[in-house]
Design a protein. Structure first.
Length: 128
């Protein structure tokens, strides 16, 4: 029983020296249109640019160009218990999630779409 005040004081001190951080980073923008609107062999570079805007990357390849559209999200949270006097970390817990949507559009030399690939992962981002 004589140690009870010290335990309470220690718990209060640890609580006072703890902190929580939540962060979010969103890079680029979500896709502006539905990728199913791109028709292989019919759609052109101009059609893709009208639908989706400028790409994040343009890759020049030996058999044509490729437009790459990226949208990335990062969410994280950190909980830290720190000694308030010595600034020594007693405990740190970090949880981080990163997801990306990617649209790749391949063109031939004439500017016609010859292939489309899409990966949707941002929708599956877990809640913090």
């Amino acid at each position: 029983m004589k140690r009870m005040p010290w335990i309470v004081a220690g718990a209060a001190l640890a609580t006072a020296a703890s902190g929580c951080t939540v962060g979010r980073i969103y890079r680029n923008v979500p896709l502006r249109a539905d990728p199913s609107a791109i028709v292989e062999g019919t759609s052109t570079k101009g059609d893709v640019l009208r639908l989706f805007g400028p790409p994040n990357q343009i890759n020049h390849q030996t058999n044509g160009d490729a437009f790459v559209y990226l949208y990335q999200r990062e969410n994280w949270s950190t909980f830290r218990v720190q000694d308030p006097i010595l600034r020594i970390n007693w405990f740190t817990y970090t949880r981080q999630h990163e997801r990306r949507d990617t649209l790749l559009v391949l063109f031939d030399f004439t500017g016609l779409v010859r292939g489309v690939a899409i990966s949707h992962n941002v929708e599956d981002m877990p809640v913090l």
